[in-house]
Ligand binder design. Structure first.
Ligand SMILES: [Zn+2]
Length: 138
């Protein structure tokens, strides 16, 4: 089950290292296919590990190493804040360093909507939700 606010786990910064990556990723994949979504962060399942999925691809310890372009306002929802949409300001391009499922250190560049998803999911690892980052759309 995806945790929803006001569950305090969602506001906690993840400080642990991942313990068992395949087990966590497997649980995340299960939920990823279960809920119609483009991204998911481990804390949303109550797992305090630095793992996110973006379009089903696991990224371990993701870190934004460079922000580019302009900040753009876009509409976002979050499974942890059901039935609400927020206007959120995000960088249009980010370079992200992460460890892949096989343990390789990688860097990838994400643009536009993909950049938005990655920033949203990395925010989850810092305990930041879109209700803090953006403004509610009535
Ligand atoms: Zn979210």
């Amino acid at each position: 089950m995806i945790l929803t606010i006001p569950n305090p786990i969602l506001r906690q910064r993840v400080t642990n290292s991942p313990t068992c990556i395949p087990a966590t990723v497997c649980r995340m994949w299960f939920h990823f296919t279960d809920v119609d979504t483009v991204g998911l962060a481990a804390p949303q399942l109550g797992i305090c590990e630095p793992i996110i999925l973006v379009y089903g691809v696991p990224m371990i310890k993701p870190k934004i190493i460079k922000k580019e372009g302009a900040k753009v306002i876009g509409v976002e929802g979050c499974k942890s804040i059901p039935n609400k949409l927020y206007k959120v300001n995000r960088w249009s391009s980010v370079h992200v360093e992460f460890v892949d499922y096989y343990g390789n250190l990688k860097t990838a560049v994400f643009n536009d909507f993909h950049a938005r998803i990655v920033q949203h999911e990395i925010d989850h690892l810092h305990g930041i939700l879109i209700d803090e980052r953006g403004t509610l759309i009535d």
